[in-house]
Design a protein around this ligand. Structure first.
Ligand SMILES: Nc1nc2c(c(=O)[nH]1)N[C@H]1C(S)=C(S)[C@@H](COP(=O)(O)O)O[C@H]1N2
Ligand SMILES: [Mo]
Length: 304
């Protein structure tokens, strides 16, 4: 019944190596034995309304069976149902644009150059559900530094897989495929911004954006593009897929902000997956200490 308190979660996300991560989770009673390693271990969460102010890891079952991945369909169960339709063999990520050393990486090359770290992050979907996930991955900053952005680069554009032959969702114009997202360069360089290749100590399941996806924990979930094939350094602010579909509802920044409602609903509360009860949503999803400096002087009601 061990709970991660909010503070523990806030502390845990930072730079733990695999060994420390296992030790911490073991100490917290979240996994059985460090000797067995944690891949395949039961990370258990015990949703319990009596523990409202505390957070627990969302169960692996919920993290992998309730999500949005419109390439596989628009219902929350489609991603796990149609996970096999994502073909990841021979995956490459092209890192290009305004940089001195544009590079195309295989997944092996990425793993060799950018060793995985473990991070526990809160994650908040714009639709109102939230979760706490143990990710593995590496900081996007390391990858970007390796290609040497030029001084002209101001934004980063992310492009997801385009494979309508296999991905049934891409046969419908729900989104202007492929899925596109963007960050300001300083947001992309923030140490919290993660390129995730795994969760719960295992390779990333297809439905969660295999083999590599973005995780930006202080922004609404849709900023965290899945199954990324291209990362471009650009001068102009990219137009994300959601801005393109519904510009009156989605702007570029999309920082989690309980004080700014979505056009059609409040953002003041969230429902952690596995819980019946809602809890208050935190400014910047609880990461203000790490990211508030990025938005100093900006009107967050205007730049939502
Ligand atoms: N390529 C792509 N990335 C995507 C999406 C998508 O439909 N396609 N959905 C986004 C939304 S709305 C959310 S909430 C998260 C869900 O991530 P999860 O499956 O890890 O919960 O992925 C985001 N990234
Ligand atoms: Mo979302």
């Amino acid at each position: 019944m061990t709970k991660l308190t909010e503070n523990q979660v806030t502390d845990e996300h930072l730079f733990l190596n695999r060994r420390e991560f296992i030790q911490k989770l073991t100490a917290l009673g979240l996994i059985a034995s460090p000797l067995a390693g944690y891949a395949g271990q039961n990370f258990t969460s015990h949703p319990n309304p009596n523990y409202q102010p505390k957070l627990s890891l969302t169960s692996e079952e919920d993290v992998t069976h309730y999500n949005n991945f419109y390439e596989m369909g628009t219902s929350k169960s489609d991603p796990s149902r149609f996970a096999d339709s994502l073909k990841t063999a021979g995956w490459q990520v092209e890192v290009t644009g305004l940089c001195n050393k544009p590079t195309t990486f295989s997944m092996d090359e990425l793993a060799k150059q950018f060793p995985n770290q473990e991070r526990i992050y809160r994650f908040r979907c714009v639709e109102g559900w939230s979760m706490v996930v143990p990710w593995s991955g590496f900081p996007l900053a390391s990858l970007l530094k390796s290609v040497e952005p030029t001084s002209k680069a101001k934004f980063v554009k992310f492009t997801s897989i385009d494979d309508p032959e296999n991905l049934k969702g891409q046969r419908f114009r729900t989104i202007d495929w492929p899925y596109v997202e963007g960050l300001r360069l300083d947001e992309a360089m923030n140490p919290l911004t993660l390129m995730a290749t795994g969760l719960y100590g295992k390779a990333l399941p297809n439905q969660n954006g295999a083999p590599i996806r973005l995780v930006v924990p202080w922004k609404y979930g849709f900023k965290s593009a899945k199954s990324i094939v291209k990362i471009e350094l650009v001068e102009e602010q990219p137009i994300s897929s959601w801005m393109h579909i519904a510009p009156q509802e989605y702007a570029f920044y999309s920082n989690v902000n309980p004080n700014v409602p979505h056009r059609r609903w409040s953002q003041a509360k969230e429902r952690p997956l596995g819980s019946f009860f809602k809890k208050k949503t935190l400014m910047f999803n609880g990461y203000g200490k790490e990211v508030a400096y990025l938005y100093k002087g900006m009107d967050l009601k205007k730049y939502y």
